[in-house]
Design a binder for this molecule. Structure first.
Ligand code: ATP
Length: 253
């Protein structure tokens, strides 16, 4: 379990300290306007930045005390800006830095609908294909495909993983993330700009505004049309409702 206790950053980019957990089996959506601090929060959750106060612990041990190889097997981050580096064949890029077997790589490629690209050079991929490759790589890093017991408690952090995906791929990815959370007992935190996607798939939402977490809870509680319109300074219409009562919001013209 990943636990934040009064963790935040005093210096820019600042983040007001708060406490909460990333729970195995849960898909958490982190939402908020541009510059609200979502990527900053992922840098805290991943351990790439140490909090100025409080702690971020995985199974009770502060992230900065973890051995880096052991931590890499327990948490993976797919950043917003993709760095493909060299023109690796996709298969090699997906396996890079992990202990994945060729069969594990095949499994990860299949999960992300990438089998046809296995031998292609990474630099030849389209934006959406490259985004899916980096997610497949994170799954290999976490050793998914092994037993559920081995996967349980692993943490997958994704910064806008649907930003380059068409709607069909968005749906397949969000379904896959829900399935991995539920069947492999992963804890997943995912920055999303599409609030309807967050409402549809996330178990819980954290809403950020100006470096502060201002709301958290189930999508139906956090994503009310009033608070979304205010926080995002957007004019919205509520068209219908998702199954759980969360409003389906569209922009007015
Ligand atoms: N090194 C830095 N020094 C000062 N300010 C910074 C630094 N890095 C980021 N910021 C600022 O901190 C704020 C939060 O940045 P962050 O990238 O976390 O936002 P975000 O919510 O992920 O935004 P977006 O939706 O645009 O990706 C932004 O206003 C950003 O300009």
């Amino acid at each position: 379990m990943l636990t934040l206790t009064d963790a935040g950053f005093a210096k820019a980019p600042a983040l007001t300290p708060f406490s909460d957990c990333l729970v195995p089996g849960e898909l958490l959506a982190i939402v908020g306007p541009n510059g609200a601090g979502k990527s900053t929060l992922l840098s805290l959750l991943s351990g790439y930045r140490r909090p100025d106060g409080g702690s971020v612990c995985l199974d009770g041990t502060p992230l900065h005390h973890w051995d880096s190889a052991a931590l890499a097997r327990r948490r993976a981050l797919v950043a917003q800006k993709l760095t493909l580096g060299f023109d690796w064949p996709v298969r090699e890029l997906v396996a890079l830095g992990s202990e994945a077997s060729p069969a594990d790589v095949d499994d990860a490629l299949a999960l992300l609908d990438l089998q046809a690209f296995a031998e292609r050079g990474a630099l030849s991929l389209s934006g959406g294909e490259a985004q899916r490759v980096m997610i497949a790589r994170a799954l290999c890093q976490l050793g998914l495909g092994h037993s559920t017991e081995a996967s349980a408690g692993r943490v997958l952090l994704l910064d806008e993983p649907t930003s380059a995906l068409d709607i069909g791929q968005q749906q397949r990815l969000m379904r896959l993330l829900c399935e991995l959370a539920e069947t492999q007992r992963l804890a997943i935190a995912c920055v999303l700009h599409d609030l309807n996607l967050a409402a549809r798939f996330a178990h819980r939402v954290w809403l950020l505004e100006r470096g502060r977490r201002i709301a958290f809870g189930p999508p139906s509680a956090v994503l009310s049309p009033g608070s979304v319109a205010r926080v995002f300074d957007a004019e919205l219409e509520t068209r219908a409702s998702h199954g759980d009562g969360t409003p389906l919001m569209v922009l007015t013209r």
